[in-house]
Design a protein around this ligand. Structure first.
Ligand code: DOR
Length: 431
């Protein structure tokens, strides 16, 4: 048995925020209470003293790009899982824009099989909405669902054809699949590379207006209403998107939404550096949008923080801004960047943790994100005040494309525990 003692246990799924012990037996949480070792002295084989630490349900990231199959030089299932565990995540959902695309049973099975053999965290594959992400033909969603997919998405781009998206939602609903929407109008984006505004004019870089995101957010919410399908809006970056989602939620529409740490930590002015690690899709927005994202997190319009971990190698990033690939690796910086919101008093610590645990678990429909007795002992132990300088060279991820290199941040996952097994401990990863 494993005993985690003396920690501040925060479990937003049950409202617990107290100094408690957690007892784990055979991969399952058996008790959360005081004096967990009493009467079980001999059976406890491992004790973790979590004094001055915060003990929480294992973090969940519902938006990760693992790059395998096809782009293993950027990330593999193995290294992506290691990066996740290093960042405190015990479960991740991976997007289908691999090569081949996860648009059929065999790719889903390949990912699940590899994750089982080589991955150290729980992996939940997301299937494509359209074959090859081409926006022309719907995938066989029944087959994907039977293979283990819980959600579908063409993440990386929007489904351009609204009629096809409607049919996709109707089809997904039949199999109770969540539809995760990448919202960018391809025509409004055109060859834009950064947010439209004063900075894009000054830098002479081609622009992407907020409306490119917002028209598709509005469209996909309307299609969700029309079809009754559960819709989740990915990587929200603009004030208008927050407003549209807030309004839809207030009318009872089945829509949820996430943002990523870079959208509340960085604004478009940072692009003055021309650092291609700042190039991301959707683009970094204005300071006003950043404030609106924080407001959306505060009032619950944005109920999830997901990383959109998007590894790219120097081949794709060490080029002119126009030609660089979009994406930021996020698994190993998400927690300290997000803890900043607690410091700024945007969110309380339990509110923040709900966006990494119970909320994504409910949206994906997985029995994770809780410390309730009987659940899998997926647990993260955090030192919320540990100061650390981000060093991309220390990342477990294969890729280094982070604009946060050199940032001094506070907070780190000291332990990542999956089914009672310590994957990351004080001496680092053990896998
Ligand atoms: O910046 C991004 N990169 N946004 C996406 O939606 C896709 C991702 C990728 O796959 O590189």
């Amino acid at each position: 048995m494993l005993l985690i003692k003396n920690g501040r246990v925060i479990d937003p799924s049950s409202g617990i925020d107290d100094y408690l012990d957690i007892l784990v037996d055979q991969g399952t949480i058996v008790e959360v209470g005081r004096g967990g070792e009493k009467g079980k002295g001999d059976e406890v084989t491992q004790i973790i003293d979590a004094r001055e630490k915060v003990v929480v349900p294992g973090l969940i990231d519902m938006h990760v790009h693992l790059r395998e199959p096809g782009h293993e030089y950027k990330e593999t299932i193995k290294t992506g899982c290691q990066a996740a565990a290093s960042g405190g995540f015990t479960s991740i959902a991976c997007m289908p824009n691999t090569n081949p695309v996860n648009d059929n049973q065999s790719v889903t099975e390949y990912i699940l099989d590899k994750a089982k053999r080589e991955g150290c965290v729980n992996v939940f594959p997301i299937g494509a909405i359209t074959k090859g992400l081409q926006g022309k033909l719907l995938t066989e969603m029944g087959e994907l669902s039977r293979a283990g997919v819980l959600a579908v998405s063409d993440d990386g781009k929007s489904v351009r054809n609204s009629e096809l998206m409607r049919r996709g939602m109707e089809y997904a609903k039949n199999f109770n699949l969540l539809v995760i929407c990448h919202c960018e109008d391809l025509d409004l984006v055109a060859d834009g590379v950064m947010n439209e505004g004063f900075t894009s004019t000054r830098l002479g870089l081609k622009r992407i207006p907020n409306a490119a995101e917002e028209v598709i957010v509005a469209r996909d919410i309307l299609l969700g209403e029309l079809t009754g399908c559960r819709v989740h809006i990915a990587h929200v970056s603009t004030e208008g998107s927050v407003r549209i989602i807030r309004e839809a939620k207030s009318r009872g529409v089945k829509v949820t939404a996430e943002t990523a740490p870079h959208y509340f930590s960085l604004s478009e002015e940072t692009l003055e550096s021309f650092d291609t690690n700042l190039k991301v899709n959707p683009p970094l927005r204005s300071a006003r949008d950043v404030e609106a994202i924080k407001e959306g997190l505060k009032d619950g319009t944005l109920s999830v923080i997901a990383t959109d971990h998007a590894p790219h190698s120097s081949l794709e990033k060490d080029v002119e801004f126009d030609y660089a690939s979009s994406g930021i690796v996020g698994l190993e910086t998400a927690l300290p960047l997000s803890l900043q919101l607690v410091k700024e008093k945007v969110l309380s610590l339990p509110e923040l943790l709900s966006k990494f645990t119970v909320n994504p678990a409910k949206i994906l429909g997985i029995s994770k994100g809780t410390l309730n007795p009987g659940s899998d002992a997926d647990i993260t132990i955090i030192d919320v005040s540990l100061q650390k300088k981000v060093d991309v060279n220390q990342f477990k991820s294969k890729s280094r494309n982070s604009p946060f290199h050199g940032w001094k941040l506070e907070g780190e996952a000291l332990y990542t525990i999956i089914k009672g097994k310590v994957i990351k401990g004080i001496d680092g990863l053990v896998v």
